[in-house]
Design a binder for this molecule. Sequence first.
Ligand code: FES
Ligand code: FES
Length: 1009
Amino acid sequence: MRLNLTINGNALSYDAAPGDSLLSVLRKLGYYGVKHGCETGECGACAVLLDSKPVNSCVHLAVQADGHQIETIESLGEYPEQGWKTTAGLHPLQAAFVESGAIQCGYCTPAMILAASELLSNEPNPTEYQVREALSGVLCRCTGYLKPVQAVLRAAAVLRGEEVEPIGTSIPVPPGWIPGENELGKPKDEIFSPNEQPIPPGSVVTPMRVMPRIQMAPETETWHHVGKPEIKVDAIKLVQGKPAFTADFEKRGMLIAKVLHSPIAHARIKRIDITRARNLEGVAAVLTWQDIPRVVYSTAGQSDPIPGPLDSFSLDHKVRFVGDRVAFVAAENEEIALKALELIEVEYEPLQELFDPERAMQPGAVIIHDETEYVNFAESDPTKNLAAQIRIDIGNVDKGFAEADRIIEGYYDVPKVQQVHIEPHVVITYWDEDDRLVIRTSTQVPFHVRRQLAPVLGLPIKRIRVIKPRIGGGFGGKQEVLIEDVAAHLTIATGRPVIYEYTREEEFIAARSRHPMRIHLKTGIKQDGTITANAMYTLSDTGAYGCHALTVTGNTGHKGMALYVGDGPYRKAPNIRFYADIVYTNHPPAGAYRGYGVPQGFWALERHMEKIARELGLDPIDFRLKNALRTGELHPFSTAWSEGREPRPETIETCRLEECVRQGRAAIGWDQKFGSPAWRLGAGQPHLRRGIGVALVMQGTAIPYLDMGSASIKMNDDGSFNLLVGATDLGTGSDTVLAQMAAEVLGVPVQDILVYSSDTDFTPFDKGAYASSTTYISGTAVVRAAEQVADRIRARAARIINKQAMGEKINPEDIALIDRQAIAPDGSRISLSEIGHDAFHRVDQEQIMGIGSYVSPVAPPPFAAQFAEVTVDIETGQVVVDKLVMAVDSGVIVNPITASGQIEGGMTQALGYAVCEEMVYDQAGRARERNLKDYHIFQAHEMPELTTLFIETFEPSHPFGVKAVAEIPIDGVAPAVGNAVFDACGVNVDDNPITPEKAWRAIQQGNLV
Ligand code: FES
Ligand code: FES
């Protein structure tokens, strides 16, 4: 069917099939700014303007666009300097997104900007409410929407010709400063609502400032790039919708892969007949377990040795969950591949199913892993459906209980939830001209993919090259070697390039998720609030495979149970027990998800601490701080358990939890609200109750003695540098903060550091992005590499300056590198471009290079105080979260804008965990949630007010004093909300999320106050 389309002002004709979506046609035509995030019109990543109106092109047939005007992100603006040609530059909206830090992974960015441009073309002076409404059709899992809203308001002002405050305006906080609520709330001059339209009730009024409040560490005062709000190094390409992501890459003759997923939860495959599928015209390959080598492995992307059982096969003759793999197909197009799946005949021999984790270890339970190839790790025991077991005793817990005045116990449940990165899992594989297999994949762990897949594919490591392009979010979901083998097997079978991209439904039925757990807590307390012993037992459901089973649940105890050590003598010798059983069931496998087991632990722990404080009549904050870990104390688990090697004692060098509490409670107005009946009942209507809650949390920073990061830097002849890192930026901004550290050492602007990440052929090894480690581990490696380069530059500069000078000789070590120059103490100087040119073309020619690696002996924890304010409707059970305030001690903040973006995005993800996100299965193990309509994540217009405060410490184990920031924001929101709900109406909901139904039931059964 011949279509006449006008795309970005260019008229063209296109032959489309009747069922072609507008999305598929636009991408085939090279408009890669239009993204695929689902197939059902729910995520908005595919939005384009059709006759100036936003439409989701995935659910719009191409034929419907015949004769119409289409605009994509490519129509807006472009990089201004293009050699001898200059362009008009970026559109003000694109510029504002870049400057405001509104881009994290950037996958949703083109759609957001298009939605905003449609708004601004009709309403040049929008309210914040209108902006949030306009953005509400585009889901973003990274940002929490705060900075995108600020960017749109900023662009609107620019387009109206108004002056806007420079983004980088620093707002340091003096040490004694406590913000009054008004100061962080809605002072008139910070509200960007200049048209004075009335703001609808319930909407958030976002202060104009993008920068968070920071109580700065004094050590940072003289720095030029670290600690500054530098623009993300990848922002400009992402804001233009450049083809940066895995699927934005094409190979001639590329096949489409599809997977046949099991419709039943537990069965043997008695017979599988692929004859009809293989004979279908356009099908290039159909693979079953009979066609490929039977190699047992773990899909968890972790360092060697993998800390978990080997229990997976690319394809098996047994299926263990609804969604498990049965067969792979590669075909000329998607339609043929899907048809081929229908033609595969499978006869299953159903087996007894196991869905209840409590039953998994009981005698007589069906064994899920009875294969002879299974490889145990540590305490795994497949005959008991045990993927892992943990038994940790610190001190003498029984003695601690005996010494307590009260023992308080509780049970807490946490659900299975999804990462929901907007870019699905996607991989392209092909043989290169040297018969090496190239795997271009959206992964957090490219080097682990290469190492772990080599035996599965029957290839030596040296014949595999893994390229990690831009990633559209990962959140742990891409710390899994999940789909790379599918495309790779099909490329091996056919010799042709293959692309395999998950649908959104596959994300829900076949990808990984957060481990659901049932947690029992038992705490011994003295009457004065001293904790004498604390014991946690966790039953964790790993689903059908044990990927990350041991380490995720290990962290549930290792981080959560470390926070409260007790007081007085108990502080010196705490009594802590953490036991866990991680069992197999026929649910889809769980795996890594941002926070990595820690949010589960803190839901239980912080709800439990609240109950203890209330039962004992103690102030909930004072009680927590009395027992919390402090600077100079031993991390209690450091001598008992480690994810990596043997545990070794580790002292907490930096902990400003008390200051986090002090600043956070002031920011949310705790002292005015907590315990105030007038405030609690003053929400405006009799059926509404307001409540305020707190949770204290800690995380880790990297895995000591195990995970290595490395970096190489080479100097160019114009004084710029190529920074090559194996680290993977998921949207967190890690490429940018690594560039900032290199720039600080080398004395150049960040724009002179050209970052490339990652490619196993060219970038040095890095364990990948997980365990909150990139800024700390890979950052130290970057600093080491940069220092080597700086030493060579100084030596060369000293030689050149000494040759020119008549007087005293300059020592290289006395030379400072600042502003692209090497400057001697006497003021004589030489530019880095002269040094670079000299090194390549003049005397003692050399390539100035450095390479650094780093493995940490410690894992310094960040700490935070999370506050939440809610309104509960006691008639319906509806919980509305009004405010979230997080005060974080994450060491030195390398980039306040990207770091605050992490906190805002993390809090938003955690908000879903608190009130609405949950994956539920029916009695046959079939997923209830299969799309983004049934699985709701927060949208721009539903958000509470978000406030981030950084309380800097200088962590001495890192050259720039950093700790981690990426995971901690996801730990405390759910319990703080749970505690706020209790504060509002006096009822406890101990299984999250706190849905209206659960809250309503608790209100009906509880003692409403
Ligand atoms: S890709 Fe079209 S709405 Fe998700
Ligand atoms: S920046 Fe919005 S989905 Fe990642």
